[in-house]
Design a protein around this ligand. Structure first.
Ligand SMILES: NC(=O)c1ccc[n+]([C@@H]2O[C@H](COP(=O)([O-])OP(=O)(O)OC[C@H]3O[C@@H](n4cnc5c(N)ncnc54)[C@H](OP(=O)(O)O)[C@@H]3O)[C@@H](O)[C@H]2O)c1
Length: 342
């Protein structure tokens, strides 16, 4: 059994991790932390928890986490993970950070896109492996610090990388149009995601300055083998709790047919347990992926048009966060990738 600690376990991603790990045949949750003086009982966070469960939330104590765990999942807000990760890595733990602190490969990018944040441990950015499992499996297998991808970058990259790898599109013609449910913002109360604001509403936000922009650029360009990528990314907020639907538009290279496009995606994802390429004229919707670790992909290269359209759908809290984190744990510790999801 792999002993797992979850730091920041009361948050949306922390709770999803608890649910997945409780079902995992080779994982045992040994430590759940919260800063709260009177944290809620776990049964209030995880419905259906067995009455026999002795699990409870406690304050973070480094020595206890180090002694009691093999892998530590950090489910903390951005900037809070880096200092904790450093200590855990020094103590020889495998760290999977669900936050953004190790996803970008340059400290300068954090200053630009994360409100002037100066990375406290820039040397670790080289050591961290980006955990988009389908494309970084070999690296994840060896990694002690796994930077779990962001939710928007997961949906966008799984759609973009095959297009770039097989040079089907002009990499300077990409439009990424994403719509997310409100859980993407975490559990903290804020006016933008408050029921009265979101219900019966739909809006674009952080246009041109969303912090996931450089991550999409890095992930898709590196894994897609493109020297340069130019795209417009616009996130939107849907009046639903969970899920991200991303529509990618790009100009295709001459001679790229619908059949060729379909074949490239099928070849790329045929052997992947969690990516499903849908049939002709089929496009994903959120209901099909909510509460699952699947990414569903629909695509078309309409005859007579210069454009390709690829639509991806994921659950932001699972494939876009905690599910992918467990998928990465499975790869890192040599389990089947589907353990915990069946
Ligand atoms: N939500 C998503 O769809 C999603 C997807 C991918 C990645 N992520 C990333 O995963 C991380 C966790 O996201 P989340 O949605 O689970 O967030 P969340 O719901 O806001 O939970 C974060 C938890 O961290 C704890 N915490 C510790 N220090 C904190 C501090 N200084 N300020 C606020 N909370 C603090 C809080 O628990 P206590 O109050 O009990 O200590 C809180 O429950 C974030 O970095 C996020 O960007 C989120």
């Amino acid at each position: 059994m792999i002993r797992c600690a979850i730091i920041g376990a009361t948050g949306f991603t922390g709770v999803e991790l608890i649910k997945i790990l409780l079902r995992h045949p080779h994982a045992e949750i040994t430590c759940l932390t919260s800063r709260q003086d009177s944290p809620p009982a776990l049964s209030l966070l995880v419905s259906g928890l067995s009455k026999k469960s002795k699990l409870k939330l406690e304050k973070f104590q480094l020595a206890k986490v180090v002694k009691g765990s093999d892998v530590v999942f950090l489910c903390l807000p951005h900037t809070e993970s880096a200092p904790v990760a450093v200590k855990l890595l020094k103590a020889g733990k495998v760290v999977i950070d669900l936050g953004a602190d190790f996803r970008l490969n340059s400290a300068a990018a954090y200053v630009k896109w994360y409100g002037g944040w100066k990375h406290p441990e820039p040397a670790l950015l080289k050591q961290a492996v980006y955990g988009l499992t389908e494309f970084y499996r070999a690296e994840v297998k060896q990694a002690n610090l796994i930077a779990n991808p962001g939710c928007y970058p997961t949906g966008a990259s799984l759609g973009l990388i095959p297009l770039l790898k097989k040079k089907l599109i002009d990499p300077s013609s990409i439009v990424i149009d994403s719509k997310s449910g409100t859980s993407g913002a975490g559990r903290k109360l804020c006016q933008a995601t408050f029921y009265g604001t979101v219900n019966e509403n739909f809006k674009a936000y952080r246009v041109g300055k969303h912090q996931h922009t450089p991550e999409i650029e890095m992930a898709a360009r590196v894994a897609g083998g493109a020297s340069k990528l130019d795209f417009s990314f616009v996130p939107h907020l849907l009046p639903v709790e969970r899920g991200i639907l991303t529509t990618i538009h790009a100009k295709k290279h001459k001679g790229v047919t619908d059949a060729k496009l379909r074949q490239v995606f099928q070849n790329t994802y045929n052997s992947e347990a969690f990516v499903r390429v849908l049939g002709r004229d089929e496009f994903p919707d959120l209901k099909q992926v909510q509460n699952t670790n699947f990414c569903e992909i629909g695509l078309t290269a309409p005859k007579g048009s210069d454009w390709i359209v690829v639509v991806t759908a994921i659950d932001n809290l699972i494939k876009g966060a905690s599910g992918q984190a467990v998928q990465n744990m499975n790869v890192r510790f040599g389990f089947s990738e589907t353990e915990g999801f069946e």
